[in-house]
Design a protein around this ligand. Structure first.
Ligand code: UTP
Length: 277
């Protein structure tokens, strides 16, 4: 079945980005030319998706305004690309009533998703090259939910959801277990969930009665772990770069990589960077 819908959770606090996020959502933090959530919407669009649900919440109104069709001057390359995408994509919004965790946010997508598989993209993460198209292809081949994972150094294991899996094909794992932010000693591998998924609607059955987990929040990882025990859930090793824009150092690195590759700014920026003392 083709993946035609995407869900983008964007209702988190963004405390790690304070004070930048004191009066604006972290998903609107700029990375070179665009706010981070525009990269995420573009990633979904270029994977063939044409219906997108963004889960927002308190203090997130600017996200909705950003995706209005504007009366902007048409001549600017970057606004033109967005306007073209907005012509083809329907974007819907729903508000998470309380910030109770990613698992709780995803529950708000049930009516939108209905009985179709859907891509799930965290609204504060950028992947280069785009990860979602790869997941959509793996889903088409294996037919079960697929989670993108990346190798992380030992010291970063406690910051992520970590999977236990057996490798079926090169870079494709059958997930047997998952733990949210384990201690290094209890981690079953160094494969960390990175914030891109293609899920079947069965996930909502597992989210329904979920109790708060790590940090007192409703954890998507806990629902995925329960699902992996009863259904086929796959891990796809992603070898690109993922930047969590909710983290200041990664936000800076994303800016540098994207600016260096930019046709308008890249050459001059590279020269300036090389001479920076
Ligand atoms: P984070 O782990 O980055 O948490 O959320 P956060 O609350 O947004 O940020 P900090 O830790 O306060 O700095 C991961 C993803 O889950 C979404 C976030 O928007 C982000 O895309 N999320 C998290 C929700 O939509 N709702 C929640 O209740 C929690």
């Amino acid at each position: 079945m083709k993946v035609k819908k995407a869900v983008i959770p964007a209702a988190g606090y963004g405390t790690r980005m304070l004070p930048i996020t004191k009066a604006q959502p972290k998903e609107m933090v700029p990375v070179v030319h665009k706010p981070v959530i525009q990269y995420v919407v573009e990633e979904a669009y270029y994977s063939g998706i044409r219906e997108i649900l963004i889960i927002t919440g308190k203090h997130k109104r600017a996200i909705e305004d950003h995706f209005d069709r504007g009366d902007l001057p048409k001549k600017e390359e970057y606004t033109e690309e967005l306007e073209r995408i907005l012509d083809e994509v329907s974007i819907f919004f729903v508000r998470q009533k309380e910030q109770r965790g990613l698992g709780d946010a995803v529950k708000y997508a049930e009516a939108f998703v209905d009985d179709e598989p859907f891509a799930l993209l965290l609204g504060d993460n950028i992947t280069i090259p785009p990860c979602t198209e790869m997941l959509v292809n793996v889903f088409a081949r294996y037919g079960g939910s697929v989670i993108a994972v990346e190798r992380v150094p030992r010291e970063r294991i406690p910051l992520h959801g970590i999977i236990k899996g057996s490798e079926l094909d090169k870079g494709i794992y059958r997930i047997e277990d998952m733990i949210e932010k384990p201690r290094v000693e209890e981690a079953p591998s160094d494969l960390a969930v990175l914030g891109r998924y293609v899920l079947t609607p069965e996930i909502f059955d597992y989210l329904k009665n979920l109790k708060p987990g790590y940090g007192g929040e409703i954890q998507l990882t806990d629902a995925l772990r329960d699902m992996a025990k009863e259904k086929d859930v796959y891990g796809m090793l992603y070898n690109g770069r993922r930047y969590d824009i909710g983290n200041k150092l990664e936000w800076l690195k994303a800016n540098v990589e994207i600016a260096l590759g930019d046709v308008e700014l890249g050459r001059e920026f590279k020269e300036w960077l090389a001479n920076l003392r």
